[in-house]
Design a protein around this ligand. Structure first.
Ligand SMILES: Nc1ncnc2c1ncn2[C@@H]1O[C@H](COP(=O)(O)OP(=O)(O)O)[C@@H](O)[C@H]1O
Ligand SMILES: N[C@@H](CCC(=O)OP(=O)(O)O)C(=O)O
Length: 377
């Protein structure tokens, strides 16, 4: 579906992300009532033939409650321990909520590594698709107990968008403790104006969105608008709405206008390009001159060695690297045809010199345009 065609009443597959503040009633432990309420709505949607994947936060907040911790710890090992304890509570509460509705659930805990290794990424995709075909509701969270900051996906808004890309869902619904996006944080500005509908590519989104408002939420609106942008890459719309609103999921999918709708543009990226943009850790960096920036962004050309002025990182042929301008801004990313030692020797060299410099030619370009994606796509 693209922007002009987008009709929320025609969706077949939805990812619903629920935040910690909602799930745990602002840190007060898992709120079984609200989970029951969403489960009933999800069961109704499924009965209408709509596939639903749930991305749920709340493990750390629930773990803190169970361990009797009043203040969110800073130490990674303590956060990981809290997540491990709290995830038990989350899984148990969802199981209770769906059991009486005769809907099966499945727990999937993902890490950045799972989505960055191509085979594991494809496995995750086929597992989720199989569960959906079997009528099961997959409930996904980041596998916090085994991740450290450097390899974290970051937050569950991002995870929701990555799952949307992964299974090519039609809509990402982010439920939170606000009615949707305002032009400024409504907790701090009483006169903030509500945004009903906006393009996911709108340049002012980041300026409108502020940080987390509650003690247990992490990313605030900022990570939600970035998630909307990311979801749009695979052609999905995003709705941010209030998880406390009556029948919020049913209303949204009936086309009743509540929350903020972020519409996708017409162009959607290939699954491989989405996968490349979804990676948070890259193997290295190529710095390119202004001519190469123009060639990549305007003419959509491949990257040649002549425009490459510096390289950093240790990587092999086939690795995913960032392509940055001389100010350090990432403009593209792609799969390289040479390792970092070879690229050092090829800097600023014409393609005809590759054979003489390396003794062989893998490809005449450093990154072929089919293996590259522009970062503002
Ligand atoms: N422009 C904005 N519009 C709406 N909410 C905003 C905005 N900027 C910041 N926020 C804050 O984002 C919070 C929701 O994010 P967060 O606390 O991370 O919740 P969650 O746990 O649902 O992910 C809101 O409570 C609100 O205070
Ligand atoms: N994975 C973490 C949630 C991280 C997160 O992004 O939280 P939130 O901002 O409430 O969606 C947990 O379950 O506690």
């Amino acid at each position: 579906m693209n922007n002009s065609e987008f009709n929320i009443r025609q969706v077949q597959c939805v990812v619903v992300k629920v935040g910690s503040s909602l799930v745990t009633n602002d840190g007060d432990g898992v709120d079984q009532n609200i989970l029951n309420n969403w489960a009933q709505q999800i069961a109704q949607l499924r009965a209408c033939g709509i596939q639903v994947v749930l991305v749920s936060s709340g493990a750390i907040a629930e773990g803190m409650k169970r361990l009797g911790w009043q203040v969110r710890p800073k130490a990674i090992n303590e956060l990981q321990a809290a997540a491990a304890v709290g995830q038990m509570g989350l899984a148990q509460a969802y199981e209770v909520a769906f059991e009486s509705l005769h809907v099966q659930t499945a727990q999937i805990l993902l890490t950045h590594d799972d989505l960055s290794h191509r085979t594991r990424y494809l496995n995750a995709r086929s597992t989720i698709r199989t569960l959906l075909e079997q009528g099961v509701v997959p409930i996904i969270n980041e596998n916090d107990s085994v991740t450290i900051d450097e390899i974290k996906l970051g937050d569950n808004d991002t995870l929701g968008a990555l799952v949307t890309n992964l299974i090519e869902a039609d809509v990402l619904i982010i439920l939170t403790d606000q009615d949707g996006l305002y032009d400024r944080d409504p907790r701090q500005h009483a006169d903030a104006k509500f945004i009903h509908k906006i393009a996911a590519s709108h340049p002012d989104l980041e300026n409108m969105a502020g940080g987390a408002g509650s003690s247990v939420g992490t990313g605030g609106m900022y990570t939600k608008v970035l998630a909307a942008r990311r979801a749009a890459l695979s052609g999905a719309a995003t709705c941010i709405a209030n998880g406390y609103a009556d029948n919020v999921l049913i209303q949204l999918l009936q086309g009743i206008q509540i929350g903020t709708l972020f519409t996708p543009a017409g162009n959607r990226l290939s699954a491989r390009q989405q996968w490349m943009l979804g990676q948070v850790q890259l193997a290295g960096k190529l710095i390119v001159d202004e001519g190469a920036v123009q060639a990549l962004t305007v003419q959509h050309s491949s990257l040649l060695a002549i425009g490459c002025v510096a390289v950093s990182g240790h990587f092999e042929r086939g690795a995913l690297v960032a392509v940055c301008n001389q100010a350090g801004t990432e403009i593209a990313r792609g799969l390289v045809n040479y390792n970092n030692h070879e690229i050092i020797r090829l800097l600023r060299q014409p393609s005809q010199a590759i054979e003489k410099l390396l003794g062989y030619v893998a490809e005449k370009e450093l990154i072929h345009r089919d293996n590259m994606v522009l970062c503002h796509s």
